[in-house]
Design a protein around this ligand. Structure first.
Ligand code: SAM
Length: 259
């Protein structure tokens, strides 16, 4: 079962291929599937905590698509991203929208290249988060808004791909249910004054092509290889098939903490 680090000592956790190169396939709507409504609207949760004079930092911003809609609500947004191709794509998105208050900076969650108490809000969405660093760069009263994968995320699909020498190939499938939420709650409650932790699940419907894109471009199944894994994928598709598509349950954890 999962070995949990001592609360407060967890270094930024990774979602597998951490600095994956940007691939245009990553932005295909097929890879996202068709979603039932989510238990929360992440953009609205962040927006609720923003003031027009605020500086917002998004750690592991990827292609920056999630932060750009917030640009009109704050003074400045900084996206931090270690992968150069991801940063390049983020800059393209910023240029397309002629946004002057959004910048992209190279760096990692473990060593935020910013002064203490320099941001009003820090976000991390499906990216590594280092709680000590987030706390350090937040101003007193500032908010951290963190969205993480839950351990049951796409478990109904992952189970078809078995195990290798490292254990279950499905990302997070070796974790005991509920442990991740408990870990984040305990960790964030330590330094932060107000902490809200919730989890939610929702169904997403994929096509065969969308699932192949998903598995090729994410860490959901370790070393996914369409040639070797096609029989397992076909079994999964048969078992999970519905009139709306191949039904797969997503599981996320949302942490909102005030310094
Ligand atoms: C799953 S993507 C999420 C991107 C974006 N936050 C979103 O939700 O669309 C994870 C991102 O974290 C970045 N990343 C990987 N390792 C990181 C680290 N140590 N510190 C900060 N970001 C990291 C990856 O390069 C990738 O862009």
């Amino acid at each position: 079962m999962e070995h949990l680090p001592k609360p407060g000592n967890r270094k930024a956790d990774h979602h597998g291929k951490s600095t994956k190169l940007y691939d245009p396939e990553f932005e295909s709507p097929l890879l996202r599937g068709i979603e039932e409504s989510r238990p929360w609207n992440l953009s609205a949760e962040i927006a609720k905590r923003l003031q027009p004079t605020d500086r917002l930092l998004d750690v592991g911003c990827g292609t920056a698509v999630k932060i750009l809609p917030l640009a009109g609500k704050v003074q400045e947004i900084v996206g931090l991203e270690p992968s150069a191709p991801m940063r390049g794509r983020a800059q393209e998105h910023i240029g397309q929208q002629s946004l002057e208050n959004v910048s992209i900076v190279e760096g990692t969650a473990e060593h935020l290249p910013f002064d203490d108490e320099s941001f009003d809000v820090v976000t991390s969405m499906l990216a590594p988060d280092d709680i000590n660093e987030i706390y350090r760069v937040l101003k007193p009263g500032g908010y951290a808004v963190i969205e993480k994968l839950g351990e049951r995320d796409k478990a109904d699909l992952k189970v078809f791909f078995g195990s290798d020498e490292q254990g279950p190939r499905g990302q997070l499938c070796d974790l005991e249910e509920g442990k991740r939420l408990a870990l984040y709650k305990e960790e964030y409650e330590r330094p932060f004054s107000e902490v809200l932790v919730q989890e939610g699940t929702w169904q997403t419907y994929y096509s065969h092509e969308g699932l192949v894109l998903l598995l090729n471009n994410t860490s959901d199944v370790r070393n996914f290889n369409i040639d070797q894994d096609l029989p397992a994928l076909e079994d999964a598709e048969t078992a999970l098939s519905t009139p709306n598509g191949i039904a797969i349950r997503q599981h996320r954890i949302l942490v909102i903490a005030r310094k």
